[in-house]
Design a protein around this ligand. Sequence first.
Ligand code: IFM
Length: 453
Amino acid sequence: MNPILQASLPALRRDEFASDFRWGCSTSSYQIEGATGEDGRGESIWDRFCAQPGRIRDCSSGAVACDHYHRWPQDLDLAQSLGVNAYRFSIAWPRVLPQGRGAVNAAGLDFYERLVDGMLTRGLQPWATLYHWDLPQVLQEQGGWKSRETVAAFLEFTEAVTRRLGDRVKHWITHNEPWCSCFMGYWEGVHAPGETSLQSALQACHHVLLSHGQALPIIRANSAGAQVGITLSLHPILPASDSAADAAAVQRHDGSRNRWFLDPLYGRGYPADMLEMLGELAPRTQAGDLAQIASPMDFLGVNYYFPEIVADAPGLGPVQTRVVERQGVERTAFGWEVSPEGLRDLLSRLQRDYAPEQIFITENGSTYEDILLPDGRVNDAQRLSYLARHLAAMREAIALGVPVRGYFAWSLLDNFEWAEGYARRFGLAYVDYATQARILKASGHWYREFLQR
Ligand code: IFM
C-alpha cells in the first residue's frame, strides 16, 4: 500500500472488537441476481420501472446485473475469502410468489435454500432481508404499498420464506430502508414505482411499518430463537448556520428522515410535530396499528452513508427545509459528504434517544470512479480510507457504550445502483460486466487483511 495512504489510516485491529462481533458484507437481490426471467420468477416493480425510458441513468436494468443467480458459489467463495463471518442478502419476493401471493414457486425457494446452505458450509452466518424493494408488479397494480392488502401479501411471503428457511436462517430483517422504498418511490418518483404523491408515500410507509410489526410473530414462530429487526437509512442532521430558524429546520428534517420511523418503532407513535405539520396528508391508521409497529425487536439495523446539512426554507415542500452542501468537505463520487464522525454521532444519538438493545450497521460504503488498471488491480484508495475511518468511528461509538454488535460493508460487489444504473460502483470487488469477472479492489484486500490479521 502507498506509504502516505498507510500513514493516514487509523490503527485498527479486529481484536479490539468483541470476539462474537459480526463482520460481513451486504447485497440485495435485484441489484446482483439477474436471471429476472428464469425459473418462474414473476415481474417486479423494478423490472417495469427500468423499462420506462428516462428512469435509469444508463438505460440499464437488473436483468443480468452480476449474474449472481448463476455465479453465487463463486460469490460466496469470495465473501468467505475475505474472512467475514456473516453475509447479508435479500430475497426476491417475485421469485417466491410470482403472483405476489398464493401459489409458491418452488424453484424460487430452492434457489434461496441452496444459497443459505452455501453460506452455512462456508461459515457465513446468513442475514436475510425480506424486502429490499422488489415488490411483485402484480401487487403494484392493486395499489402497491398504498394498499393495506399488500400488508397481508407480505405476511404470506414472510410465512413461505421463513417456514422453509427458518431452521437455518436465524437473523431476519423485515425491510430495508422504508424511507427509500416509500418516499423515493411514491413521492420523489425517482425509484419504482415512480409515483409523486406525498400522501401516497406516507400511506405506503405506514403499511410498510405495519407489515414489519405483523411479520415479527410469524418469523419467530417459524424460526426458533431468531433475532429480528428492521433496517433504516439514518442521517445525522446538522444546521447550515447557528440561526434559530435553521435549528428549527433541523428539527423538522429530522422528523421526516429519522423520527418518522424511529418514534413509531420505539413505541412513541408518529411524531406529534410532524403530524401537525402534515395535517390532512397524515396516513390513515386503524386501532392497534401503532402497537403492532412497536412490537419489540431484537436489533436495529442502521444504514449510514452521510450527514445532511439543512437550512430553513419557508414555503419549500411540506417540511420547509433545504439540504445544503458544506463547502470544502470530502465527498464521494455521488456527492455524498464523507463524515466518519457522523456515524459515531448518529450511533450515540440512537443510544441516547431510543436505546436499542443491539445495533448492527447493516450497510456503509462509498462510490468512486474505479479504474481497472492494465495490471488487473483496482486501486480504490479513497474507498479504503473511507472504510477504515468508518470502522474507527464505530469503535469510538462502542467505547462510548453504544451496543454495536456487527458491521456489514456495502457492498460485496459492484452492482445495479437503482436509478443510477451501473454508473456507481460500491463494491469491495470490481465487476467487469462484460466478462462478469470479479476483481478484489484494494479496499477489499484491506478489509481482508484487517479481518485476518
Ligand atoms: O445500493 C443501495 C442499497 O440498495 C440501499 N442502501 C444504499 C445503497 C447505496 O445507495
